[in-house]
Design a protein around this ligand. Structure first.
Ligand code: TPP
Ligand code: MG
Length: 629
C-alpha cells in the first residue's frame, strides 16, 4: 500500500491547498496566496486548528465580514489574471451565508475563489445545532445549499475521505479559464475534526497548467473570410483579453488591420491609451466614438466578453442591418452569443492565428478618418466634462465639486501603473466613459455584479496582489456605508491604499434613474424623515463618514475644492497606511449618456404623468432592441 498520513480532514485540506501551483507560459506560482477567514464554532476547532498548525506554509488573514473577504479574494484573483486566488473559511450559518453575495459576484465575473463554509454535523447527533436551518422534509439540507446556484463547483464533505476526489475537482474548476468561478466545499464541523489515513500523494506539490486553447481551424478560416469581406469592422474587447494577457497580440492585430477597439468595463485597458484606434468604453456607458462606430459596424469581433446588457446597450448598440459577430472566447456559452461565429479558445493564441489568416487586409482610409474624427470630438467632450477650473462661489455656499472633476484630477495625477478600483453607483459609468486606462491592470471595475461594498474589500485584494502599485479605491457614500469595515483589516495588515470617498448624500446613480422613469428620485436621498411631509425629504443627516473612517484607523483628508483634492492626493500618495480623502460632490452633476440606452422597464400604467411620459419614451426606445439569430 502507498504511504499514508493520518490527519484530520481540515488538516488535510489546508496541507493540500498549500501545495497547489498554477502555471501558464512556463511561469509557475503558488495558487493560493493565503486564507481569509472569520472563526466561529463551525470552523474554529477544525479548519482553525489546521491553519494555526500550518501558519508557516499558508498565511491566515482575519477579515471583518465574510462577504467582504470573498470580494477581496475575487479582486486578488482578477489582479492575478486568475492564476492565483485566496481561500475563505467561515463558520456555519450566518458566517457561511454572508459569503453568498461574494460567491455570486465571483462566479458572474468568472473569477476563481475557494469557499470553505462550515456546515452542520454530518453525524447529526446533537442536531439541531446553533444556527441550523431545519427542514421537515429532509435532514440533508443546510443553509449551504444556497451556494449551489452561485458556485461553479459545489460539494459537501460528509466523510473525510471524500476530499481525496473533491479537492482535485475543485482545483480543476478553479484553474479552468472556461469554468472558473466560486468553488464551494461545505465542511461539516464534526468531519473537519475527524482523522483519516490519507494517501501521502495527495499532498505532493501539484502544478495546474492553464492551457491556451486553440480554436478550430475551419472556423478560423471562416472568420478570416468574414473580416476580409467587411467594410466597417469593430472589436469589442472584454475581460478575457486581459486575463489571457493578450494586449500585445491585440495591438499587433489592430495595427495590422486598422480595426478600431471599444472596451467593456472588464476589458478596459485591453488597448492601453494612447492609441489611435482606442475608442474607449462601449455600450450603455460608452463613448460617443465607440457607440457611433458600433451602430454602423457590419462586423463585430467580440473578444473575451459576456456581452452583457451594458455592453450591448440592451441589444440596441449594433444597428447595421446585416451585422455579423465573431466571438473569441474560452467559454462556449459566450462564444455563441448573438449567433456569433464561435472561436472557442484563448484570446491571445486565437488573435495570433487569426492575424496570419487576414494578412494584407486593412480597413480603408475613410474608416480610419472616421475613427480619428470621432475621437477628436470625444476628447473635446471629455475636456469639457472634466473641466478642472475651480468652481465659482455662488452666494454663501461654494459650488460643490463635480464627480467628473475628481476623475479629471485623478487622471492627471495618478501614475499609469496605479490601479483604480470601483464597483457600483454613478462612478462606474463615469469612469467607463471618461477614464483613459494606460496600463492593462490599471482599471479594476467589478461591473459583472456591480456589488455595492466591493470597493474597499476589493482594493485590499488588489494591493495584496500588486503591492508595488498605487491602489486608489473610488467609492460612493452609499457603497461606503454598506461595507467600510475592511479598512480595519487593511490597517491590521499594514496595507497601504487610498480611498477616495465621493459623498453626495445618497444615490446619485439610482436617483437619476428614478427621475428618468418618472419617480422623481424617490427614496434615494439620505435625508431625515420630515415630520411635516412624512417623507424622506427633511434635514441633511448628521453623518460624518470621514470621522467614521478616521475612527477605523485611516488617515483622513477632507477636500471641498479641487485644489484641496489635489493637495490631499499628493499627501496620500506618500502615506504608508490607509488614507481616505473625503470629497463632497454634487449629486445632480451627472455625466450624460452618449448615443446609448439601457433597458429598465417603466410602469405600464400609472397615475403619475411623468411615469406615463417615461413609459412612452421607453416603448419608443425598446423598438431598437434586436434579436440576433
Ligand atoms: C449591494 C447592492 N445593493 C443595491 C444596489 C443597487 N444600486 C446601484 S448603485 C446604488 C447607489 C449607490 O450609491 P453611492 O455608492 O452613494 O453612489 P452614487 O450613486 O451616489 O454615485 C444602488 C443602491 C447595488 N448595486 N448593490
Ligand atoms: Mg452617493
Amino acid at each position: 500500500m502507498s504511504a499514508r498520513v493520518r490527519l484530520t480532514m481540515a488538516q488535510a485540506v489546508v496541507r493540500f491547498l498549500s501545495q497547489q501551483r498554477s502555471s501558464r507560459d512556463g511561469r509557475e506560482q503558488p495558487f493560493f496566496g493565503g486564507v481569509f477567514g472569520i472563526f466561529g464554532h463551525g470552523n474554529v476547532a477544525g479548519i482553525g486548528e489546521a491553519l494555526h498548525a500550518q501558519r508557516e506554509t499558508l498565511r491566515y488573514y482575519l477579515a471583518r465580514n465574510e462577504q467582504a473577504m470573498v470580494h477581496t479574494a475575487a479582486a486578488y484573483a482578477k489582479m492575478h489574471n486568475r492564476l492565483r486566488t485566496l481561500a475563505c473559511t467561515s463558520s456555519i450559518g450566518p458566517g457561511a451565508t454572508n459569503m453568498i453575495t461574494g460567491a455570486a459576484g465571483a462566479t458572474i465575473n468568472r473569477l476563481p475563489v475557494l469557499l470553505l463554509p462550515g456546515d452542520i454535523f454530518a453525524g447529526r447527533g446533537p442536531a439541531p445545532v446553533l444556527q441550523q436551518l431545519e427542514s421537515s422534509q429532509s435532514q440533508d439540507v443546510s443553509v449551504n445549499d444556497c451556494f449551489r446556484p452561485v458556485s461553479r463547483y459545489w460539494d459537501r464533505i460528509n466523510r473525510p475521505e471524500q476530499i481525496v476526489t473533491a479537492l482535485p475537482e475543485a482545483m480543476r474548476v478553479l484553474t479552468s479559464p472556461a469554468e472558473t468561478g466560486a468553488v464551494t466545499l461545505a465542511l461539516p464541523q464534526d468531519v473537519q475534526a475527524e482523522a483519516y489515513e490519507y494517501p501521502a500523494a495527495l499532498f505532493e506539490p501539484r502544478i495546474w497548467t492553464v492551457a491556451r486553447q486553440r480554436a478550430d481551424l475551419d472556423r478560423l478560416r471562416d472568420a478570416a473570410a468574414l473580416i476580409r469581406a467587411s467594410d466597417r469592422p469593430m472589436i469589442v474587447a472584454g475581460g478575457g483579453v486581459l486575463y489571457s494577457e493578450a494586449t500585445d497580440a491585440l495591438r499587433k492585430f489592430v495595427d495590422a488591420t486598422g480595426i478600431a477597439v471599444a472596451e467593456t468595463q472588464a476589458g478596459k485597458g485591453s488597448l492601453p491609451d494612447p492609441h489611435p484606434l482606442s475608442l474607449g468604453g462601449v455600450g450603455a456607458t460608452g463613448t460617443s466614438a465607440a457607440n457611433l462606430l458600433a451602430r454602423d459596424a457590419d462586423l463585430i469581433i467580440v473578444i473575451g466578453s459576456r456581452l452583457s446588457d451594458f455592453t450591448t446597450a440592451s441589444k440596441t448598440a449594433f444597428q447595421h442591418e446585416h451585422v455579423r459577430f465573431i466571438a473569441i472566447n474560452v467559454a462556449e456559452i459566450d462564444a455563441g452569443k448573438h449567433a456569433a461565429l464561435p472561436l472557442v479558445g484563448d484570446a491571445r493564441v486565437v488573435l495570433e492565428e487569426l492575424l496570419s489568416l487576414v494578412d494584407g487586409y486593412h480597413v480603408d482610409a475613410r474608416y480610419t478618418e472616421r475613427v480619428a474624427s470621432s475621437l477628436r470630438v470625444w476628447r473635446a467632450e471629455v475636456e469639457r466634462v472634466c473641466d478642472l477650473r475651480e468652481p465659482h462661489a455662488t452666494g454663501a455656499e461654494s459650488t460643490p465639486v463635480k464627480q467628473a472633476q475628481v476623475i479629471g484630477v485623478l487622471q492627471e495625477m495618478l501614475a499609469p501603473t496605479d490601479v483604480i478600483v470601483c464597483a457600483a453607483g454613478s462612478l462606474p459609468g463615469d469612469l467607463h466613459k471618461l477614464w483613459r486606462a494606460r496600463d492593462p491592470r490599471g482599471y479594476h471595475l467589478e461591473y459583472g455584479y456591480s456589488c455595492m461594498g466591493y470597493e474597499i474589500a476589493g482594493g485590499l485584494g488588489v494591493k495584496m496582489a500588486a503591492p508595488d502599485r498605487g491602489v486608489y479605491v473610488l467609492v460612493g457614500d452609499g457603497s461606503y456605508l454598506m461595507m467600510a469595515q475592511e479598512i480595519v483589516t487593511a490597517v491590521q495588515e499594514r496595507i497601504a491604499i487610498t480611498i477616495v470617498l465621493l459623498d453626495n448624500a445618497g444615490f446619485s446613480s439610482i436617483g437619476g434613474l428614478s427621475e428618468s422613469v418618472g419617480s422623481g428620485g424617490f427614496g434615494t436621498r439620505y435625508r431625515a424623515r420630515n415630520p411635516q411631509t412624512g417623507e424622506l425629504d427633511g434635514d441633511r443627516l448628521p453623518v460624518d463618514l470621514a470621522a467614521n473612517a478616521e475612527s477605523l484607523g485611516a488617515k483622513v483628508w477632507r477636500a471641498n475644492t479641487i485644489s484641496a483634492f489635489r493637495d490631499a492626493l499628493a499627501a496620500a500618495a506618500g502615506y504608508a497606511g490607509v488614507g481616505v480623502i473625503a470629497v463632497p460632490v454634487d449629486r445632480e452633476s451627472r455625466v450624460a449618456g452618449y448615443e446609448s440606452w439601457w433597458d429598465v422597464p417603466v410602469a405600464e400604467v400609472s397615475d403619475n404623468a411623468d411615469v406615463r411620459r417615461a413609459r412612452e419614451a421607453y416603448e419608443q426606445a425598446r423598438r431598437k432592441e434586436r434579436e440576433f439569430l
